[in-house]
Design a protein. Structure first.
Length: 277
């Protein structure tokens, strides 16, 4: 649903966003680590530490980029795969305490830049700074709400056409659907994304080997978390983190990564079907 008109059109040329492919790499790496350790019994502390050693460099590089939204996706995927790997509960509880301490430390020592903290908190009170950090969130909600039930029609959205909403092709593509397609169009997009996530989760449930379970569950969390955050930030219930909407936002790297993930799901499902028929 990429836009091709107006001054917000992406610059010409071929660009690669490595952080999008980091999601694929992380899922494959963690699935390999836990599936190999499972042959020796229940994954323990060594497996968790090895998994974190794989995830930490990716998260650090993505934060350095900076792409905090992608870092949150990587963190959510890592947590999901650790929990579903069969790791002992006491290790998971200890890890949760450590992560909570790190988050508190980051917030208390101001390791994040001021504009990054502002983007995370502006959604709570967007009207407090309409000329600054709250502008994007406020305009996004206005655009989504102005569409009504059936929208204004494709390429007939006055707010979108006036470029009042930034990043219409990528981060705020859902505002275009809200204004031009209305509630019917947006709920259709949500339903289609929900079907993708459910099918991924269903693949995970029906797979016998741990490697396939972790691959499918990692992809399911990726799509679910990213969709929820992207849609949530356009309607004011989530902070603005710069995440694209899977399969909808413009961007070659994002679409390539999404399709690779679908290919991984198909491979897991095919492997299960071949050996169970």
């Amino acid at each position: 649903m990429a836009r091709t008109r107006g001054s917000n059109c992406p610059a010409a040329g071929f660009q690669v966003e490595p952080s999008e492919f980091a999601k694929v790499a992380l899922i494959l790496a963690l699935a390999t680590v836990f599936s190999q350790s499972r042959w020796r019994g229940t994954p323990g502390l060594r497996s968790v530490l090895l998994a974190l050693a794989c995830a930490a460099p990716l998260v650090a590089l993505v934060v350095k980029e900076p792409a905090l939204g992608v870092a949150l996706v990587l963190a959510a995927v890592t947590a999901t795969m650790i929990v579903l790997s069969g790791t002992k509960l006491r290790i998971i509880a200890a890890l949760a305490v450590i992560v909570g301490g790190i988050v508190a430390l980051v917030g208390g020592t101001h390791l994040l830049k001021s504009y990054q903290l502002t983007r995370f908190t502006s959604f709570l009170h967007p009207s407090a700074d309409l000329a600054g950090a709250g502008y994007n969130a406020a305009q996004a909600k206005i655009a989504v709400g102005s569409g009504g039930m059936f929208g204004t029609g494709l390429f007939h959205g006055s707010i979108v056409a006036g470029n009042y909403v930034p990043a219409q092709q990528t981060d705020f593509i859902f505002t275009v659907a809200g204004e031009e397609l209305g509630f019917v169009g947006t709920i259709t997009i949500v339903a289609l994304l929900f079907i993708v996530v459910v099918r991924a989760a269903r693949t995970a449930v029906r797979t016998d080997d741990l490697f396939g379970v972790l691959i499918a569950s990692g992809v399911a969390m990726w799509f679910a978390f990213q969709s929820f955050v992207n849609i949530g930030m356009t309607i004011g219930i989530m902070p603005i983190t710069g995440l694209p909407l899977p399969f909808v936002s413009y961007g070659g790297s994002a679409i390539f990564a999404d399709m690779i993930a679908i290919g991984m799901l198909q491979s897991v499902r095919r492997h299960h079907s071949v050996f169970t028929d």
